[in-house]
Design a protein around this ligand. Structure first.
Ligand code: AHR
Length: 332
């Protein structure tokens, strides 16, 4: 029976840069690469900005831990900074990991570093977010959500709910500027509104950086600039920003879910609880629990198997009639 060494090494990018990282799979020659037993995988994660992200990190780490085919996962939390992800990838290359997994914080700016991985012969898998089409040759495959489709789902509910009435006045809380989910959730949403001919006015749209603090502070600005009396809908690109906005709405003396209807994207426990309390009207699911599937992809990629360029994870939508029944099923 082969005894596998197993290490999940969690490091800030800074620690890796300054060489103080412990490398569980280091073979003694300074490389963290093939120990002859299982794969060594480097994962440059976005950060810990949301419950979704924490659930995603937990899912990937647990799957690597449980998988005999994976010897070590080198995990870097990049604190939502692209520079830290680039540093992490360069360290993974130096350590000669078998596969690099990247959840890119933004879509652009990856050409050089992914080119370096290619030159080093290390395959790259994108998890969760995508990058610009021009760099498509620099990664093997992406596993994650279809963010455009998520936006379309939010758009369809908006048309069903408000279509045929007076002008629908909308506020939008966008995710991190330049990130795939912010760009795509916007694209899909307006594609449906425009395609279906909804009479709407976008009152304001700003980024809350996918955080509760960001959502609350932008919502406070929205309220002081535009008021809420004439606003029909708040479209928040994730749960955290929606929940932060709900606080701002309540503090301003309005009733979230009633005075202004609210769509959120993710489907965390806290999001569903807000739905049960009548403060959220529609939830578009974004599923972070794909660690097991990711490990399969990593192994297939390292073996040189042909894979689809993009594999979407399964996701649903939930309205008021579903919130109470679905709440106990939420995993994050
Ligand atoms: O990339 C997925 C998005 O990133 C999730 O919707 C959000 O909560 C996270 O920050």
């Amino acid at each position: 029976m082969i005894m596998l060494r197993k290490a999940i090494v969690g490091l800030g990018a800074g620690a890796l840069l300054f060489g103080s990282a412990a490398c569980g799979a280091d073979d003694g020659d300074g490389s963290g690469g093939d120990s002859g037993e299982g794969l060594v995988v480097g994962f440059a994660q976005v950060g810990a900005e949301s419950a979704w992200r924490t659930a995603n990190s937990d899912s990937v780490q647990a799957a690597a831990e449980a998988d005999d085919r994976i010897d070590e996962l080198k995990f870097v939390d990049a604190q939502q900074e692209q520079e830290k992800q680039i540093e992490a990838i360069r360290n993974f290359i130096t350590q000669q990991v078998d596969v690099i997994v990247l959840a890119p914080v933004v879509e652009t700016g990856w050409t050089d570093v992914l080119g370096e991985a290619e030159t080093a012969g290390i395959p790259v898998v994108l998890a969760d977010r995508g990058i610009e089409a021009a760099d498509e040759d620099l990664y093997v495959t992406r596993l994650g959500s279809d963010f455009v489709e998520e936006g379309r789902k939010a758009g369809s509910w908006t048309v069903e709910t408000f279509g045929g009435g007076e002008t629908t006045r909308i506020l939008e809380l966008e995710g991190t500027v330049g990130s795939a989910p912010a760009n795509d959730r916007k694209t899909g949403f307006y594609e449906v509104l425009d395609g279906e001919g909804l009479d709407y006015e976008l009152v304001d749209s700003q980024s809350g950086d996918f955080t509760a603090e960001g959502g609350k502070s932008v919502m406070e600005t929205f309220i002081s600039t535009h008021g809420l009396e004439e606003v029909d809908l708040l479209y928040a690109h994730n749960d955290e920003m929606g929940l932060g906005a709900i606080q701002a709405i309540e503090e301003a003396g309005f009733e979230p879910g009633t005075d202004v209807q609210i769509i959120i994207v993710d489907g965390s426990k806290a999001g569903f609880e807000a739905g049960v309390d009548g403060k959220v009207n529609y939830i578009v699911e974004c599923n972070p629990v794909f660690g097991d599937q990711l490990m399969d992809v990593v192994v297939q990629v390292e073996a040189g198997e042909e894979l689809e360029k993009f594999t979407p994870v399964e996701e649903g939508v939930f309205g008021p009639d579903d919130f109470e029944d679905e709440l106990p099923n939420r995993q994050f």
